[in-house]
Ligand binder design. Structure first.
Ligand code: HEC
Length: 134
């Protein structure tokens, strides 16, 4: 019984973290670092784009050479790497695994600071929903 209560509680907490993450990332041009240029590059996925352009594009740039051959500067560039992203299948997303501790090689963002669990959950939910640009 105790364990069911704990499970329910963590589900509720987990859900509200995800919701908080979504509402954080869902705002418009006032998003830190997210000006109109970022919106042009990331379209409707601007909230996710803000996370990537603030924390990943120091290394994963549009110009070559870029880290791991991966360009995270725009939504279009990211979607050329669906084998890394696995839209609709977050459990098999290599990109998502690279954000967590369990992955071999470097955890991303390389050198840290790493994304919070809430930020990783926001990205997980977005990938699971198909990584849409809406
Ligand atoms: C300080 C530089 C740096 C930052 C910042 C960084 N990365 Fe990386 N990333 C690398 C390097 C170097 C590699 C290649 C070596 C490896 O895979 O560990 C790499 C590889 C990757 C790969 C594997 C690409 C492939 O197909 O092999 C993914 C996915 C990735 N990074 C995602 C991210 C994400 C998402 C962020 C932002 C949260 C990020 N990285 C931030 C340097 C960085």
């Amino acid at each position: 019984m105790q364990s069911i209560k704990t499970l329910l509680l963590s589900t509720i907490l987990g859900t509200s973290l995800v919701l908080a993450g979504c509402s954080d990332s869902g705002d418009g041009p006032t998003t830190p670092g997210g000006g109109s240029g970022l919106r042009a590059q990331w379209g409707g996925a601007n909230g996710i784009g803000t996370l990537f352009t603030q924390r990943c594009t120091p290394c994963h740039i549009s110009q070559t050479p870029r880290a791991g051959g991966l360009d995270l500067s725009s939504y279009t560039a990211l979607r050329t790497r669906d084998d890394d992203l696995s839209p609709g299948d977050a459990a098999n997303s290599y990109l998502l695994q690279k954000l967590g501790e369990a992955m071999g090689g470097s955890r991303m963002p390389q050198g840290g600071p790493y994304f919070t669990n809430a930020q990783i959950d926001t990205i997980r939910v977005w990938i699971q929903a198909g990584a849409l640009n809406n």
